[in-house]
Write a protein that binds this ligand. Sequence first.
Ligand SMILES: NC(=O)c1ccc[n+]([C@@H]2O[C@H](COP(=O)([O-])OP(=O)(O)OC[C@H]3O[C@@H](n4cnc5c(N)ncnc54)[C@H](O)[C@@H]3O)[C@@H](O)[C@H]2O)c1
Length: 237
Amino acid sequence: MKIALIGYGKMGKEIEKMALERGHSISSIIDQNNTNDFSSSDFLNSDVAIEFSKPESAVSNYKYCFKNNIPVVSGTTGWLKQFDKVKNICNEKNQTFFYASNFSLGVNIFFEINKKLAHLMKPIEGYKVSINEIHHTQKLDTPSGTAISLAEQIIENLSHQTSWALNSSNNSEINITAQRIANTPGTHTIKYESEIDEITLEHKARSRKGFALGAVLAAEFIENKKGIFNMQDLLNL
Ligand SMILES: NC(=O)c1ccc[n+]([C@@H]2O[C@H](COP(=O)([O-])OP(=O)(O)OC[C@H]3O[C@@H](n4cnc5c(N)ncnc54)[C@H](O)[C@@H]3O)[C@@H](O)[C@H]2O)c1
C-alpha cells in the first residue's frame, strides 16, 4: 500500500520502519512544518493515511482526509470528546476511519481480561478498583487514553464505581493516578483492593514497536472497507 504519514514524531518514525518492513511504501510525510504538502499529488494519491500527531491537529487532519477520499488510521489521543462529531462526518461522507487509543495487540487482549475481571467482581463486596498509568515525560494528555478506556470498561461491567476521576478520593469513582517517567512507553496497572487481599492486572509496553505494528495491520485491514473500525474488529474480539 502507499501509506502517507501525518505526524512524524516518535510514532510516525516507528510506523515508517514497520510499514517498510511489511512491504509497503511511504508516499508522503506530513509534519507541522510542511502541512502545505497535504495538497501534493503524492499525498492525495495515497491508499491510506496513518495519523499520529497532536490532539489539537488530529480532527482537522481527519476532516481533510475524509474530504479527499483518503482512509484514515489514527492513534492520536486527547481529542476524544469530539469522537461523535468525527464519526458522523466520516459516515456522512462514506469514508473510512480506524481509531484506537492503543494499537498494541497485547493491550487489546488486556482490555478483554479487564472487562471479564470487572464482570466477575460485580457481585463481590468490599473491593475498590483503581488504575495507575506511567508514560514518558513528553506525553501531553493525562490520564492516558488507554487508562480512560480501561476505566470505561470497568464502569460498564461493575456496579458500585460509576465514574472515574484523576486523583479521586471519592468511593463511587475509579481513582486514576498518572506518573510521568523518562523512557517509559506505557504501563497500565489495575488494582482491586480489599481489607483481605489485592488483585493486580498489569500491561507493560517494552517499546513503541507494538503500537506501530497494530497501526500498520489496521491500515492493511481497512483496505477496500468503508465505515468506522477499531481493534475489536481487527482482532475479531
Ligand atoms: N494509539 C496508540 O497506540 C498510541 C501510541 C503512542 C502514542 N500515541 C499518541 O499519538 C500521538 C503522537 O505520539 P508521538 O509519541 O509520536 O508524539 P510526538 O510528539 O513525538 O510526535 C507528534 C508529531 O506531530 C507533529 N505535528 C504537530 N502538528 C501537526 C500537524 N498539524 N500536522 C501533522 N503533524 C503535526 C509534531 O511536529 C510531531 O512531530 C500522541 O497523541 C500520543 O498520545 C498513541
